[in-house]
Design a protein around this ligand. Structure first.
Ligand code: BT5
Length: 327
């Protein structure tokens, strides 16, 4: 949101205040104030005009201005009712040299997961991409994926859903029906189906040189106020787990938490461990170099999974991870 519009909105929130008063305070013309008030009304803000002046009466449920209003993180939010993929739109903004912009959409007909897998993104979700330009080497980029997983998990927990993180980027909700872990590891099967359901996923993309990230886009998809029937099998939504949520508040919490963590990357891994469901489990990780099977014993900065295998510890930086359980 433009700075003056932001200031007009803040003045209205502290209202009632007259148009001339706002104009004097912000050193702009009365016509400009009127233009901003009308633009805010068009964006869904209810602005009452009383004898005492203008006053903010209601904030829209969702949208760019709505999320920016009261957001305690320095992001501009570009909202779309529908955009093929917020990550693709963020890439366009990156090419224009922008930073600290969040692209947010209600619906994404071309949502993408990792390795170009399809990501179902019906209307009612929270589909967003954060474009930033951290001054870190590319090798540190995974820490931002972990930070996004922590931020999403914390926002979900505050909304009343017991979310956990599966390495590296899945936010899951346990169904409570799974077999408990035992020491036996004779026969192991993936516990994807039935034991946990996927609530959110993260897709981090970046461009950079050997020693410096140029831009980083963290795409986060949260199945918020959507029916599970409109998602893929094995998915869940906030609606299914706890009922519809205030998407504006949820998005603000997520962005604020992400911002806090990105400014202090040292805190990311300890925060991730707190919510991790992967540590202490038997896992099978499909990596570009082959399959790694063993017990996930730790995560190290910037997001490396340490798997204790029969041949000793193996450090995995990327791959698809399955939690295994004995049959
Ligand atoms: C991910 O990929 O989990 C990353 C998803 C990132 C989506 C966000 S939305 C905003 C931004 N814009 C984009 O275009 N993308 C990002 P991956 O780990 O590869 O998981 C993909 C797999 O999850 C698919 O193959 C399906 O099996 C499953 N899946 C697809 N849609 C899902 C959904 N809505 N909920 C849960 N699981 C889903």
């Amino acid at each position: 949101m433009q700075d003056t519009r932001h200031a007009v909105l803040d003045a209205l929130a502290d209202g009632p205040v007259s148009g001339p008063d706002i104009a004097d305070r912000l050193d702009v013309s009365r016509a400009a104030v009127w233009k901003h008030v009308e633009a805010l009304r068009d964006a869904g803000f209810e602005i009452a005009s009383t004898d005492a002046g203008y006053e903010l009466a209601a904030v829209p449920d969702f949208g760019g201005e709505a999320v920016e209003f009261g957001l305690e993180a320095p992001f501009e939010v570009e909202y779309h009712d529908a955009v093929p993929s917020t990550n693709d739109r963020a890439r366009e903004l990156a090419a224009e040299g922008r930073e600290d912009v969040v692209v947010l959409a209600d619906e994404q007909p071309g949502g993408r997961g990792r390795l170009n897998r399809a990501w179902s993104s019906p209307s009612g979700g929270i589909w967003l991409s954060i474009l930033c330009r951290p001054t870190v080497p590319p090798a540190d980029a995974p820490a931002f994926t972990l930070a996004a997983a922590v931020a999403t998990t914390r926002a979900a927990r505050e909304a009343g859903v017991d979310a956990v993180i599966k390495w590296p980027n899945d936010v899951l909700v346990p169904t409570g029906t799974g077999a408990s872990q035992t020491e036996s590891d004779d026969v192991l099967v993936p516990d994807e189906e039935g034991d946990t359901r996927k609530l959110a996923g993260i897709l981090t993309e970046m461009e950079g040189e050997a020693d410096r990230v140029s831009w980083l886009i963290v795409g986060i998809g949260v199945n918020a106020n959507v029916d599970v029937a409109d998602l893929v099998e094995g998915a869940t939504s906030l609606r299914a787990e706890t009922g519809d949520v205030d998407r504006r508040a949820f998005t603000q919490r997520l962005l604020e938490e992400f911002h806090d963590l990105r400014t202090d990357l040292e805190r990311v891994v300890p925060a991730w461990r707190e919510h991790a469901d992967t540590l202490g489990r038997r896992v099978r990780v499909e990596t570009p170099g082959g399959e790694v099977v063993g017990e996930a014993v730790d995560v190290e900065f910037p997001g490396t999974l340490v798997v204790e295998t029969d041949e000793g510890p193996v450090r995995v930086t990327t791959g698809d991870c399955e939690h295994l359980r004995p049959v």
